[in-house]
Write a protein of this length. Structure first.
Lengths: 166, 125
């Protein structure tokens, strides 16, 4: 299952953490989105990918941009272990080459989907982003779903996001 | 289009965008019936949940505080909890949390958002 960390996430480390930038800052809340785009290994998403409704190059295309049919981005609060959906206590992996600090968000639920399902349909990945507007905002990191998810009326989809900073 | 927050019986919450109340109810009740019938909840095979309530909003409730701004009076109010010497990092965290859209005091069957709902759908369960 492929994963990718986008430029903005790296830039938060260099500019915000190291340089206390007042312009490159984390959003007030994170949101989780579903995309039809596969993360792949360089032929699909890229580190500099952006959200777009246009299926072209390394653009990341969100599901439901034409017909929502029950889809909306789901919020993950910028807190740790508070009530509500946020991030868990981080843990440390001391492995020299692949280690780092990681945290897992509480599970988010998409849906229930309605009617004939969203359009575009067929989620191939989830992404941590910001804002509620589809195909907009910054991309932070993404991962492929286990299989393409085609949604119909009554369906829900659960996503549990984990990030490891190595 | 309006947004809806589905509050599920197990405490999970999800935001939906639908054309109208009837469409939102159609999707929610279809999922609810799956829970009643013991069917799976989605293509990944997740279990279905019974619905507890559905709240309605004019916009996505995550938009609360999206601008990341506070009025001077709101900032002064938050500063009241600090002593004469203020830890800057704690101050920043407090100010940042004030613009979060999430209500950390919410119970399992309450909205998870600070944005007040514009209504609640009547469920026939």
């Amino acid at each position: 299952m492929a994963t990718i960390a986008f430029q903005r996430l790296s830039q938060l480390v260099t500019d915000y953490v190291m340089g206390a930038s007042g312009t490159i800052t984390p959003p007030s809340s994170w949101t989780c989105a579903l995309s039809t785009t596969v993360v792949g290994s360089g032929a699909n998403m890229a580190r500099g990918s952006v959200w777009s409704a246009t299926v072209s190059g390394s653009n990341v295309n969100e599901i439901a941009s034409t017909t929502a049919a029950g889809y909306a981005r789901q919020t993950i609060a910028k807190t740790i272990n508070q009530a509500g959906i946020d991030w868990g206590t981080s843990t440390f992996d001391s492995t020299f080459s692949t280690g780092g600090q990681s945290t897992t968000a509480d599970q988010v639920t998409f849906g229930a989907f309605t009617g004939s399902g969203p359009s575009p349909n067929g989620a191939n990945s989830w992404a941590i982003t910001d804002g509620s507007t589809l195909n907009a905002g910054q991309l932070y990191f993404a991962a492929d779903t286990a299989a393409t998810r085609t949604f119909a009326s009554g369906d829900t989809e659960l996503v549990t996001a984990t990030i490891k900073a190595g | 289009m309006p947004f809806y927050e589905a509050v599920w019986e197990n405490g999970e919450k999800s935001v939906m965008e639908a054309a109208d109340d009837a469409e939102a109810l159609e999707g929610v009740m279809a999922h609810h019936q799956r829970a009643v019938d013991g069917e799976r909840g989605g293509p990944a095979g997740n279990p279905a949940n019974r619905i507890k309530k559905v709240l309605k909003y004019k916009e996505h409730p995550a938009n609360f505080g999206e601008e990341g701004t506070l009025s001077k009076d709101e900032v002064r109010e938050l500063l009241k909890d600090f002593g004469d010497v203020v830890n800057v990092d704690q101050l920043v965290a407090t100010l940042r949390d004030a613009t979060s859209s999430v209500d950390h005091s919410a119970g399992p069957h309450d909205s998870m958002y600070k944005m007040p709902a514009d209504g609640e759908l009547e469920l026939k369960v």
